[in-house]
Design a protein. Structure first.
Length: 299
């Protein structure tokens, strides 16, 4: 789709990317998706290098994914998924999932100012399967970048020395999600060579996972949050030692319950980084608050 296009009442059955947001000012509204194994239901950015104007001002609103047949190795369950798949995804790069980006960290302004509002995946018994809910970031070593930093030496993958954080990811907003099909893999933020600037250092987050216009974080009141699981628990992440709390240890997620590894906690890490938690450095805004916060709202 071209810049500033509008797509409405769209029905798509795809075994690869169903909705691809690769230009600025693009709007998808009221979309029904039947999603196969490869690609993502929503691809945030291009498959490869970004276009000059990026995706600023683009949005995807009211997306109903009635079938999702992604593979995945259920985390912590000690075996392959029902179809023998694993969390690396169809390309083996860890970038497979429902909302994904397979983007090179050069060309264009980065991934900025983009919204997904209202997305639902029904459970339908055990029929629907989601791999990773989110797999977002940039990987200059990915096959979509030629596997070789666009022909450059790995030390200059970002268009400047690796680790310079020259590719911004900023103001991505995800709100009003209802994912009833339990994700089989943990979500990931991807920054293989340190190219990504997460947020802008001036208060703008890289990503927000609730509706800030309707929420009051000071009261632990989060509306329009990304929700997961049979009972609609809120998505959250928290900087636990060693990546996860001990069994039975309470955590600070409004509406949450004890850690179960998948359904009500999205754990963010860098793919291939050894599992170290990165979401604080990534300047994300999750619906989290202090345990026992004053005026905390319960459900």
């Amino acid at each position: 789709m071209g810049s500033r296009s509008v797509v409405t009442a769209f029905y798509v059955q795809s075994n690869d990317d169903a909705i691809k947001v690769a230009v600025d000012g693009l709007r998808f509204q009221d979309t029904t998706v039947l999603q196969g194994f490869a690609g993502g239901a929503i691809n945030v950015g291009s498959y490869g290098a970004m276009r000059e104007a990026g995706i600023r001002g683009s949005s995807v609103t009211n997306t109903w994914i009635h079938r999702s047949l992604q593979y995945g190795d259920p985390a912590g369950r000690g075996g392959p998924g029902t179809d023998g798949g694993d969390c690396a995804g169809s390309a083996g790069d860890g970038s497979g999932g429902l909302v994904v980006s397979r983007t090179c960290p050069y060309g264009g302004p980065g991934l900025e100012d983009f919204t997904i509002d209202t997305l639902e995946v029904p459970e339908i018994a055990a029929v629907n399967r989601v791999g990773r809910l989110f797999a977002l970031g940039a990987n200059p070593l990915g096959v979509f970048c030629g596997g070789d930093c666009g022909g450059n030496d790995a030390s200059v993958c970002c268009g400047s020395p690796a680790g310079s954080a020259s590719f911004p990811i900023k103001n991505l907003l995800f709100k009003n999600f209802a994912i009833w099909a339990e994700p089989q893999c943990l979500s990931s933020l991807i920054d293989v060579k340190g190219c990504v600037q997460w947020g802008d250092g001036a208060g703008a987050p890289s990503m927000t996972f609730y509706d800030p216009s309707r929420s009051d974080p000071a009261k632990c009141d989060f509306q329009g949050a990304v929700t997961l699981g049979e009972q609609g628990y809120f998505t959250c992440a928290y900087p636990w030692p060693n990546g996860a709390p001990a069994a039975g240890q309470p955590h600070a997620c409004w509406g949450g319950k004890e850690w179960d590894g998948v359904s009500n906690v999205v754990y963010i890490d860098e793919y291939g980084s050894g599992g170290s938690s990165q979401f604080r450095q990534a300047n994300t805004e999750f619906p989290t608050c202090s345990v026992g916060a004053a005026g905390a709202v319960g459900r």
